[in-house]
Design a protein around this ligand. Structure first.
Ligand code: HEC
Ligand code: HEC
Ligand code: HEC
Ligand code: HEC
Length: 186
């Protein structure tokens, strides 16, 4: 009895520590989302279910095959070009509204299709549909930089324009003196 009385404050402290621990554990399991660090920590500090959830989202990118349904001429132009696999969105925008409008117009004569706009120079632009001959659209893929694979067809812009004898090397549209947007072969 004397022992218990003498150590009373220690028991209280111990009880508080245990309570605090339980409360912290409860709070943790309440705040940390399900599947966090799942698969025996294979994903580390990461919510395992996030991957499946992201994969299940509908794609915002429309397949080129959808564009081909109405733009067969472009499909043909690109068939034998090395650009056959370069997707339309790289040079024309996501075109989601455009496809919706064009599909509506195919059904109803009253529906209109908005014309393509000028590009604003932003690769992640919000413009739905544009046509541009700005070299910046080409150079995101073709401008030589460290780390590009040996086999990829890249250019040192200044040297290339000089070697090929571009008439207006300073113009934004200079690439189109010699290359097309669809069939790019010089
Ligand atoms: C349901 C048919 C349809 C689909 C699908 C479609 N388009 Fe179109 N598109 C049209 C029509 C019709 C026009 C306007 C007439 C024209 O200029 O050819 C047009 C115009 C365009 C223009 C502007 C042409 C200009 O001279 O102003 C571009 C660029 C374009 N489409 C790209 C695309 C891309 C990229 C896709 C796929 C993401 C696509 N289209 C899907 C029917 C379609
Ligand atoms: C590498 C860039 C690039 C890609 C990829 C590309 N285009 Fe184009 N497109 C252009 C350019 C540039 C023009 C303007 C005409 C020109 O200068 O050749 C154009 C013009 C057009 C036009 C206007 C009419 C015409 O034929 O000139 C349509 C429609 C079109 N593109 C549809 C498409 C579709 C559909 C795809 C995918 C199947 C596509 N484009 C892929 C660069 C591209
Ligand atoms: C999304 C990336 C991408 C964009 C944007 C792009 N290209 Fe290409 N380009 C490619 C790929 C991929 C190849 C094929 C490379 C290979 O097979 O070695 C290619 C090949 C080429 C070739 C070689 C053609 C041949 O027959 O040897 C030329 C020229 C070219 N592109 C010009 C352009 C021009 C001009 C533009 C802008 C209108 C452009 N590219 C935009 C990816 C791109
Ligand atoms: C005055 C004409 C001319 C202009 C302007 C021009 N090119 Fe070319 N380009 C050519 C010719 C010709 C070839 C083929 C050269 C060869 O095979 O050696 C070529 C080849 C290429 C290739 C393939 C290189 C390789 O390694 O096979 C790419 C990519 C390319 N050009 C992109 C562009 C881009 C992007 C622009 C604009 C910044 C541009 N070109 C401007 C004439 C031109």
């Amino acid at each position: 009895m004397k022992f218990l009385l003498d150590t009373k404050h220690l028991w209280i402290l111990l009880a508080l520590l245990v309570l605090g621990g339980v409360a912290a554990w409860e709070a943790r399991s309440w705040m940390v989302p399900d599947t966090y660090g799942d698969l025996m920590g294979r994903y580390g500090p990461y919510r395992a279910a996030a991957l499946e959830q992201i994969a299940a989202r509908p794609s915002v990118i429309i397949a080129d095959s959808v564009c081909h349904e109405c733009h067969q001429d472009v499909e043909e132009e690109r068939t034998d070009s090395k650009h056959a696999t370069v997707r339309c969105i790289h040079c024309h925008g996501l075109a989601r509204k455009h496809v919706a409008q064009a599909q509506a117009a195919a059904k109803s004569p009253d529906a209109t299709i908005a014309p393509a706009q000028e590009w604003d120079g932003d690769p992640l632009t919000k413009i739905d549909l544009y046509i541009t001959q700005d070299r910046a659209t080409c150079l995101v893929c073709h401008e030589e930089n460290v780390g590009m694979p040996e086999w990829f067809q890249k250019i040192n812009v200044e040297e290339h324009l000089d070697d090929q004898g571009a008439e207006e090397p300073d113009s934004k549209e200079t690439c189109f003196e010699c290359h097309g947007g669809h069939d790019t072969a010089p």
